[in-house]
Design a protein around this ligand. Structure first.
Ligand SMILES: [Zn+2]
Length: 292
């Protein structure tokens, strides 16, 4: 028997399928960043530091509120797996699922990276993306995905029965452990679903399965983000390289990535509305249920 055997269709199947799609979160209701103000700020910025991420490894970095940071392709097509945390509270971290729901499966200039509840605020705003021209291709694939999780040794063991220690999950765990002076196994639960920087992915038209194809990124390309809060970040140079064929092994050609951090003229950001944690009261209806 096929694994995905379908039951017979009801008589009104066509009518049920004809329901009109509604955008879950209409983008017009989402507060939009002032990109003109960001553009003025980025024109004033100077580079203050950089971090090189070696292939099949990760590095942590810190960015203060108001700084910009770039992830740069330097030597060859390479995908990066990005984690972000509040520099002051590791429990506030990048929420890829809500970012996907609020924006799209893939993000670019003007989109924001949102943090987990109960904060739910922009952690960073994408201020420039040299791959913004790509859009969605004939296969339905786009760049910088917030669909995927991160390659990890647990799934690899599940599927192949072997162990590989340099998946993005492990690389990020080691980088975070180094940043907070701990052992990887004690902090790996803080590692979370990533922004797949430069990764080219989509869902197959016929079976809606997650697919990847070789990243179109080339040396000199970068994605640039504006830090809306103080951030601790970690970036892994995925063992999948350009993620055109395979990952979770040393088979793919891999290259370093460079993180560049920029300081703008702060007077250009004098009127920037720094995001606060959500004002929701967090009662969750407990009082109303108790008084029923
Ligand atoms: Zn990876």
């Amino acid at each position: 028997m096929p694994l995905h055997q379908r039951p017979p269709e009801p008589a009104d199947a066509a009518a049920r399928r004809a329901a009109r799609p509604a955008i879950v979160y209409p983008t017009g209701t989402l507060p939009t960043p002032n990109m003109a103000m960001l553009e003025t700020a980025r024109q004033s910025m100077t580079r203050v530091s950089e971090v090189i991420v070696p292939p099949r490894d990760a590095r942590a970095f810190r960015v203060t509120r108001g700084q910009f940071f770039r992830i740069v392709c330097t030597d060859g097509p390479q995908v990066g797996d990005l984690n972000l945390w509040s520099a002051h509270d590791l429990s506030e971290r990048f929420f890829s699922g809500k970012t996907r729901a609020l924006h799209a499966t893939h993000v670019s200039t003007g989109d924001r990276l949102w943090s987990t509840m109960p904060s739910l605020r922009p952690m960073a705003t994408i201020s420039h993306d040299t791959l913004g021209w790509y859009g969605f291709d004939a296969d339905g694939a786009g760049i910088h995905d917030v669909i995927g999780t991160r390659c990890d040794p647990y799934t690899n063991r599940l599927l192949s029965g072997t162990d590989y220690d340099f998946c993005c999950h492990s690389n990020l765990a080691r980088a975070l452990a180094g940043a907070v002076n701990a052992e990887p196994r004690t902090v790996e639960h803080h590692v979370h679903d990533v922004l797949n920087v430069f990764m080219c992915t989509g869902f197959t038209r016929d079976t809606q399965q997650y697919f990847m194809k070789a990243s179109p990124v080339r040396p000199g390309d970068f994605i640039e983000l504006f830090a809306e809060i103080d951030l601790l970040g970690a970036l892994s140079a995925c063992p999948g390289g350009d993620c055109g064929t395979t990952h979770s092994s040393d088979a793919a050609a891999c290259y370093p990535l460079r993180i560049e951090i920029f300081e703008p003229d702060r007077t250009t950001l004098a009127d920037w509305p720094w995001p606060r944690q959500s004002d929701y009261h967090r009662g969750h209806g407990a009082d109303a249920v108790a008084s029923r």
